[in-house]
Design a protein around this ligand. Structure first.
Ligand code: IYR
Length: 219
């Protein structure tokens, strides 16, 4: 591998504040969207850029322990939706606790998952618990949830930059996902991320975010 010189673009201190403030305002506008416009498509080219950003995330020992399955096929999306809804039906009917139900109430979620068939793309992010070469040999991956979580964050940020919306959906358990998508045994489904345009009549919960002094400690 070796080393190469690295000279990142230097932003002068006086421009730094305006630059990060503009980005902060842009990111402030990101919302989790559950109502997608089924009539607006997103090109594969746009998806490639978003996924390239996601794949640029740092990872344990640079193992890049993620696989993004980008699904456009209507049949496959319908199959995944049916499997998710079967799972979620059981969750909302019996597995959910009273406290959990109360916590989800303001978000208005239920077992119906239109977003999986309405969004033009559904990306399923898999975590590679270990590396598996074509010859069947295994090798170690490190800090897998941390690495895959960071890649998901990069993905959501790129989706926002592209003027699109997404949602982090975590049907659980999700063992069947690897079967539907024919993934190898080292891969475990981590997140389901629909991507598309918000429907014209889309609404989101009227929620705010914690102010800095509630989640930052300065020392
Ligand atoms: N996975 C379920 C329930 C759910 C759980 C949490 I925590 C949420 O923030 C939202 C939903 C579902 O997708 O409906």
């Amino acid at each position: 591998m070796g080393f190469v010189p690295y000279h990142p673009t230097v932003v002068p201190q006086e421009e730094s504040l305006a630059a990060v403030r503009a980005f902060r305002e842009h990111m402030d506008g990101r919302r989790t969207v559950r109502d997608f416009d089924p009539d607006r498509t997103v090109s594969r080219e746009v998806m490639e850029e978003i996924l390239t950003v996601a794949g640029s995330a740092p990872s344990g020992a640079h193992k890049q322990p993620w696989t993004f399955v980008a699904i456009e096929s209507k049949e496959l999306k319908a199959k995944i939706r049916a499997a998710c809804e079967e799972q979620e039906k059981e969750f909302y009917a019996s597995r959910i606790t009273d406290e959990w139900r109360a916590d989800l109430e303001p978000l208005g979620t239920d077992f119906v998952k239109e977003h999986i068939t309405d969004a033009p793309w559904v990306v399923v992010l898999f975590a590679q618990r270990y590396g598996l070469d074509a010859d069947g040999s295994k090798h170690k991956h490190y800090y897998v949830p941390e690495s895959v979580g960071i890649a998901a964050g990069f993905f959501l940020t790129a989706v926002r930059q592209a003027g699109l919306c997404s949602l982090t959906h975590t049907p659980s358990p999700m063992k069947w996902m690897a079967e539907i998508l024919e993934r190898p045994p080292n891969e475990e489904a981590f997140l389901l991320l629909p991507v598309g345009y918000a429907a014209p009549d889309c609404e989101v919960p009227n929620l705010g975010r914690k102010p800095l002094d509630e989640f930052v400690v300065w020392r």
